[in-house]
Design a protein around this ligand. Structure first.
Ligand code: HEC
Ligand code: HEC
Ligand code: HEC
Ligand code: HEC
Length: 363
């Protein structure tokens, strides 16, 4: 009798194990774990080897175009309406045009931005947006080199990946919009939104923290900075908003909280990883890009590109990162395109100002 029970037990266990491995939500070993903080603090990033390989494969940077000669007439003299790249040689300018076509509109080709009857014409909104994008890319690689993108830099491909509209953009989220006597009230939360990992957290947290330029530098902080309360402090709702943003950042980078925090003391900079400082600047950079470059394009975009509130599409951490801690596997994409790195006179009037990290941030 006893052996019969054992056999039955083993059979059930074997079936359950097989069923478990076959259903969603379970990852098959082998595991690729990476240590991030001090030993024993559990600050590890855990992925299966399969996931890690798929991630790498999905984030390949394209090969750079062959370099072009700097000799000959400048693009500004050869052509009629070149405003940003006028100091390049004509050959270098044409190389950039070929590359941006490959990065942004490989299927549509030159006609995505140009009226081929008259290349100098600014009739198409796509060309006007693209000119601003050239300036934005120069500002990212110039103004934000030290603070965020370093030697890796970005090209149009970092965000666009062969698509005119990048995959990871966001809009203001108006939530429930039904009007009338029974106007719903949900305090801006408890609605599935991918921005906050479908959790019951405030769903429009990006508008608050990544959409506003000139936000107070302490807006995201919620932990007390003194042992005893000295004032009203932040509410639970504020903490939920901060958590919503943290979900966005973690998902965008494909990491968990311990990539940046020692979770026994979230707020403390000396216990955090150096990556948290990168992230701190990243938040300021994204605000500046949205405020200085995307927001002013509101009148340029056609209506069908705007969000439910009539707002412009905006950049988040995932626009560049696409699920990786370093976009495009950390490739140094800007090396072969120095013209997309220097800030030109026309970009200077909309310079995003890098801020400093908190005084107690790790150096
Ligand atoms: C993603 C948008 C985009 C695509 C695609 C694109 N261009 Fe352009 N093109 C621009 C922008 C923006 C300018 C203006 C640059 C400036 O002001 O510095 C421009 C300017 C030009 C000019 C100068 C015209 C003049 O007289 O002022 C030429 C020539 C040109 N592009 C050729 C091409 C060719 C050829 C292709 C396809 C291989 C192409 N472009 C694809 C955005 C684009
Ligand atoms: C930091 C990310 C980022 C970079 C870098 C970037 N873009 Fe964009 N781009 C965006 C976002 C966000 C939009 C808005 C998406 C939309 O149009 O709905 C956009 C929109 C555009 C559009 C309009 C597409 C449409 O039909 O609405 C063009 C054209 C464009 N970008 C060209 C470029 C070019 C050319 C470069 C490189 C010089 C570039 N972008 C670099 C984020 C980026
Ligand atoms: C990529 C780095 C990064 C990741 C991943 C990350 N955080 Fe943060 N976190 C930051 C930065 C940077 C700040 C400070 C933002 C500021 O002050 O502008 C912060 C602030 C916080 C704060 C407020 C601390 C204070 O001073 O009051 C909390 C709480 C927090 N994070 C929780 C989390 C949780 C929970 C997760 C995982 C879901 C997470 N973080 C993931 C970088 C990160
Ligand atoms: C314009 C593109 C872009 C955007 C937007 C962006 N990043 Fe980055 N980020 C980069 C690049 C490029 C690097 C790689 C720098 C390097 O190789 O040193 C990077 C590196 C980082 C790192 C360091 C990773 C490591 O392992 O060293 C962190 C952390 C980070 N970003 C967080 C963020 C957060 C959080 C946001 C959103 C608030 C954000 N980034 C938005 C381009 C971007």
């Amino acid at each position: 009798m006893k052996s019969l029970v054992v056999v039955a037990g083993v059979t059930v266990a074997a079936f359950l194990t097989i069923a478990m491995l076959g259903t969603a939500g379970w990852s098959l070993p082998p595991i690729a774990a990476q240590q991030h903080g001090f030993r024993g603090t559990g600050m590890d990033q855990i992925q299966t080897k399969r996931e890690a390989a798929a991630d790498q494969a999905a984030n390949q940077a394209p090969a750079a175009a062959d370099p072009a000669s700097a000799d000959g007439d400048k693009a500004g003299t050869t052509y009629h309406n070149v405003q940003v790249l006028k100091d390049l040689s004509t050959e270098q300018f044409n190389r950039v045009m070929t590359s941006i076509t490959e990065w942004v509109a490989p299927e549509q080709g030159c006609t995505y931005c140009h009226n081929t009857e008259n290349m100098a014409s600014d009739d198409l909104y796509q060309k006007k947006v693209a000119r601003r994008m050239l300036q934005m890319t120069q500002a990212i690689n110039g103004e934000w080199k030290e603070k965020h993108v370093h030697e890796a830099g970005v090209t149009c491909f970092t965000c666009h990946r062969g698509q005119p509209v990048p995959k990871n953009v966001w809009f203001e989220n108006p939530g429930l919009t039904a009007k009338g006597l029974t106007e719903p009230r949900n305090n801006g939360q408890n609605m599935a939104s991918p921005e906050v990992g479908l959790a019951s957290l405030p769903y429009d947290t990006l508008t608050e923290f990544l959409g506003k330029k000139g936000l107070d530098d302490n807006a995201i902080r919620v932990n007390a900075t003194t042992a005893l309360p000295e004032g009203k402090g932040k509410s639970i709702q504020d903490a939920e908003k901060t958590y919503g943003l943290m979900m966005h950042m973690s998902q965008s980078l494909g990491v968990n909280c311990t990539y940046c925090h020692n979770t026994r003391a979230m707020s403390q900079w000396p216990q955090s990883t150096p990556q948290r400082v990168n992230a701190w600047h990243g938040i300021r950079m994204v605000r500046a890009l949205n405020g200085d470059y995307l927001e002013p394009l509101k009148g340029t975009f056609p209506e069908n590109r705007l969000g439910p509130n009539g707002d412009v599409p905006k950049i988040g951490c995932g626009t560049c990162h696409n699920g990786q801690p370093k976009p495009l596997n950390g490739a140094h994409v800007i090396e072969s395109y120095p013209e997309l790195a220097k800030a030109t006179a026309s970009a200077a009037d909309a310079k995003p100002q890098p801020a400093s990290p908190p005084a107690d941030a790790p150096k």
